[in-house]
Every structure is written in C-alpha cells, then in structure tokens.
Design a protein around this ligand. Structure first.
Ligand code: SF4
Length: 582
C-alpha cells in the first residue's frame, strides 16, 4: 500500500496566473489532537536557506510549533521534528538542500516517530517535490510557500494516516493574518508588507514560487509594528520582494511612501526596508526617507547589470540612464545615504562590452556593498531557455573583476568612516572574535568593538578606529553602563509606571494647595531656626507646632501620597530592569 500521498504538486502554468484576486484569511490557530500529543515535551529544529522572506516564514512556523507545545531544540541532532526551509534562487542553494536532507536519514533509524519536513521555494518548482520524495523516502512531509499556515493540519494528517504527505499549492497566493510567530531576535524584527512579485524578470523564479504581488492591509502592518514598538524593539525591517509596489493592488492611491511614513511615526528607533525595485522608486518615497531621522539612510537598489541590452533581456524595465538618474536623486536628497545592490554576471549572451558597462556603472555609483552572483539558469524561467554562450571561465573571470571594482568603493567608504562616531545597534558577541561585540551602523556597516554583553539590543555610540573591506573595528565613546542607564531611562519613560509618576509629579507641582503647604513648611523652618538662634522658646514652640501641622497636611495631601506610591512603583520597575541587566 502506497506510503506517500501526493495531494497536489507544483504547476508552473498555474503559478503564472495573475487573474484571481488573492484570498485574505484571518484564522485563529487550532492545534489538532494527534499533533498536540506528539508535540508534548518534544523539540523542533528549522534550518532556513535563502532570503529574509524565508527567515520570516521560519518564525511563523516556529510560532505554530510553539503554540502546539514544542520547544526549539538547542541543536539539530536533538530535534524530534526537523523542517528544512529551502531556497530556489540559485543552483548552489539547491545543492546545499540535498546535503542537508541526507543528514537526517539517521534520525529516522534512531527514532521511528522522528518527522522530517521540507518546504520553501524549491518545493514550488515543478518535478522537484516528487523527485525529492523518491530520492529521500525518509522525508515525511513536503509543502510549499503558500501553505505555511497549514503546517499543523499537514502534520496532523501525516500522524493520522501514517503516510508521507506532499501538498504544494501553485496559485497566485493568499494573505493570512493572525499568524503566530516566534521571532529569532527580541530587539530587531522583519515585518512582511507584500508577498510575491509580478515583475517576472526573465531570470527569476520568485514570481512562480511566491505568487502574485499582494499587499497586506495597512492596519494589519501598523498593528504588528505598534506591538513591536511597545515590546521595546529597536529596529524594524519592512519586507517584500519589491516593497516599492506596496499598495498598488489596492488601486486606491495607497503606496509605499505612506506606509513607510506611518510606521516611522510609531517611534521605532530604526526603520529599514527591503527590497526596492528601481522601476517603482518614487519621489515621495525619497521625501519620506529624507525627512524621518529614524528611517535608515541605507537603500538596497538591485541593478543586476549596467548594460541596457542586458537589462532589456532581463526584463528589468529600466535603463542604465534611469538607474543612474535615480542614484543621483537619492544622493542629492541624502548625500550620505548608503546604496547597496545585487549584480548578476554572465547573463546569457552577455558580451565583454556589456560587462564593461556593468563595471563602469559600479564605478560611477560607488556602492557601499554589493551582492554579486554568477548567472544560474532557473528551470521554468524564460532566461533558462536562452542559449547561454558565455563560458564558465569567462563568467568567473568577469566575477573576479567585478569584485575588485566593488571592493574599491567599499574600502573607500570604509576609510572615510575612521575617526568618526556612529550609532551601532549591538547584536552580541562578534562571530569573528567572541571577546568582542558586533553590530551594525545606520548605513549597515558591520563594526566590532569591546564592551559588556549587556549592550546586546542597545544602540550605542562607537568611534571607528580601523577599517577593513567588510567590517570595522571601533571603540565605545561612552562608558557602556552610562549608555545602558540612558537606554534604561529611555525605556522606563515609556513604561506606564514612569508616565504615572511624571503625571502625578506635574499635577503636584501645579497644585496651589500643595505649593502653599510647601511654602508654609519652609517658612516655619526659617522661623524655627530664627527662634533657636534668638533662644525664644515661646516662638520656637509656636513655629514647631505650625511646622508639624503643615508637614502632616502636606504628607497626607492626596497628590503627595500618590507621588510617593508611584515613585515606589517606579523604583520596583527600575530594580526589575537593572536585575535583567546584571
Ligand atoms: S523584481 Fe526581484 S523578485 Fe521580482 S522577478 Fe525581479 S528579481 Fe525576481
């Protein structure tokens, strides 16, 4: 009897559909019975490949598993359930996935209840899911990017039917709200604003694996961001394959500039967004970025190529001139704005001259950083059908030349930072040297410096003392405990206890009766001192009685008592925060 159930397999023609409107689902999480008992006391592990969209999906899957009662395993070998979250953007990403799956064969032999699931963009490609199930018969569940919200019911079906399940949906995609999420960080967060993409660049698989471009409702995005701000998050990155086209599908004038401004006005210390498409980059977006200090002056603007002919064959919908003009506009508005990009080398039929165009464009822009790739054909994309006459050696040779040009401008930007002080959001121990901390500046430059681990999640001033190609060495400008105390004070001021304290203090300071009593006490104190000096016992006795009466009236005044109560509350709040820091 067949051990595998193929409920639905990916279909690229369906994935191309851009007619049907996306479904909006708002559901509460229901933990099915069998999985609820499986989950008790068991641990999960999710290994994610690829982009931030996949990282956000990981946090959502972790949210579902946590609600079901599972805990994140500290290492993959101790997990009872493993999910491999795949990427399809490049061939080598796929190769890595096969290696990753193979690692878990042993787990099945050790524990017959062990569950191995595979999901993500690679599963949306035709033939991959079926071939993978045949090649790795110990895989228990395969699903795609459109049915992440169905994770628990798919796991339930696997347990109920004792069969391996394959369900990969190929439709334009839905928007599911009320999704649970267990975030990977407690001070910086990704927030999806759009899903999918309609650009259909000829080399790109994303429009097929992530479906049509669809925007989340503004109120849902703002609710999620507001909650993060209230939880003390320091940084939010608005996420989408192409954030600039946010709201286009609403056809009511909603656009990216408006959502960016609304989120910035929530008061998050650092706001970022990715990824932008040069074609949709509007002037009002530039105005919003330039006018809000908490929107980071760091724009990721993939160019892919500097040649108009290659851009046309890539279907990028802008020319070299238009791209450079946009860069000029950005620099005019924000001279110190960092610009980063993505570049593909060796696109089919790319000539030496066309590659030179890419080099000269990079020299003209002077990027702060660039993600550079050698073209990798994606099955099912138009470019994959193009005759690729650029030899592998030529592609690698061009890749190396491009790296040199990019590194030159990256080093140039880095050298200009030496001696300057930058605000750095601390991520924790440096991967390079655990004895140091590391974090990113507003323009996304990586800095390593010495400091106490308690600075993790805090924004601190760091002076750059040394620059390297891909990171800097810095030193704290301020005593770290001062920085922490400032941050604690800033956070505390957001707390209800602090708001109550300062409101009561203000009310007390403005209250005429309290002011009269305070003045009377001081008056009596002066008279007392005078009576003592003059040895006038009668006067002393009189003023002592008046002093004590006023003092009692003052201390029993409702506003004064409230202030005493709220300052005690604030002290406890402060002690709890300091307790967390020690
Ligand atoms: S805009 Fe980006 S995600 Fe969309 S098709 Fe082009 S490369 Fe892919």
């Amino acid at each position: 009897m067949a051990k595998k159930i193929y409920k639905s397999l990916p279909d690229m023609s369906k994935a191309r559909n851009r007619v049907d409107a996306p479904l909006l689902r708002r559901e509460d999480v229901v933990v099915p019975p069998l999985f609820a008992s499986f989950a008790k006391g068991r641990k999960y592990w999710i290994s994610t490949f690829g982009c931030q969209a996949n990282v956000r999906d990981e946090e959502i899957m972790a949210g579902f598993l946590s609600i079901a009662g599972m805990e994140r395993a500290s290492e993959e070998s101790s997990a009872d359930l493993v999910i491999i979250n795949t990427c399809a953007v490049r061939e080598n990403a796929e190769e890595k996935v096969y290696g990753e799956i193979g690692k878990f064969k042993a787990n099945h032999l050790k524990d017959k209840n062990f569950i191995l699931a595979v999901c993500g963009c690679m599963m949306q490609e035709e033939n991959i899911a079926k071939a993978l199930m045949e090649r790795y018969p110990f895989v228990n569940l395969i699903f795609g990017t459109h049915n992440v919200p169905d994770l628990l019911s798919l796991l339930e079906e696997h347990l109920e039917k004792k069969k391996d399940i394959v369900e990969v949906l190929s439709f334009p995609g839905s928007i599911v709200e009320n999704l649970p999420s267990t975030r990977l960080d407690d001070y910086k967060a990704f927030v999806n604003i759009t899903y999918g993409c309609d650009k259909f660049c000829t080399y790109c698989i994303v429009p097929y694996t992530r479906g049509r471009e669809r925007s989340r409702k503004k109120e849902d995005i703002l609710a999620e961001c507001r909650e993060l701000v209230e939880q003390g998050y320091q940084e939010i990155t608005l996420l989408g394959q192409n954030v600039n086209s946010y709201g286009k599908d609403f056809k009511d004038g909603t656009n990216f500039a408006s959502i960016l401004e609304d989120v910035a006005n929530l008061g998050i210390p650092r706001l970022r967004f990715m990824t932008s498409h040069p074609w949709d980059f509007s002037d009002d977006m530039l105005d919003v970025i330039a006018t809000h200090p908490n929107i980071m002056k760091c724009i990721h603007l993939p160019v892919q190529s500097g040649s108009n002919d290659v851009l046309r064959r890539m279907g990028r919908r802008y020319t070299r001139e238009e791209y450079l003009n946009l860069v000029r506009k950005i620099r005019l508005k924000m001279p110190s704005c960092a610009i980063t990009t993505d570049i593909i080398v060796g696109f089919p039929n790319e000539t030496e001259e066309q590659f030179e165009d890419t080099l000269t464009l990079c020299e003209e822009v002077g990027y702060d950083a660039a993600f550079t790739f050698i073209y990798s054909p994606r099955k099912g994309t138009p470019a994959a059908k193009m005759v690729d006459d650029v030899s592998s050696s030529a592609k690698h040779e061009r890749f190396d030349r491009l790296i040199k040009v990019i590194e030159k401008s990256v080093i140039g930007h880095a050298e200009q930072m030496v001696g300057e002080t930058y605000a750095v959001l601390v991520d924790g121990p440096s991967k390079k040297d655990p004895g140091m901390l590391s974090g990113y500046t507003e323009s996304s430059k990586l800095v390593h410096f010495r400091g106490p681990k308690q600075l993790r999640g805090h924004i601190v001033p760091v002076r750059i003392v040394e620059s390297h190609t891909f990171s800097m060495i810095g030193e704290l400008v301020e005593d770290p405990w001062i920085s922490l105390a400032k941050d604690v004070a800033k956070d505390l001021l957001q707390e209800d206890a602090a708001k109550r304290f300062f409101a009561t203090k203000k009310a007390m300071e403005d209250d005429p009766e309290v002011a009269r009593l305070r003045d009377a006490i001081q008056e009596e104190q002066r008279a007392l001192a005078l009576a003592m000096k003059d040895g006038d016992d009668l006067a002393y006795a009189h003023h002592k009685k008046a002093y004590e009466q006023n003092k009692r009236a003052y201390e029993e005044h409702p506003l004064v008592r409230n202030l005493a109560a709220s300052s005690e509350e604030l002290k406890q709040e402060l002690l709890s925060v300091v307790g967390e820091l020690s």
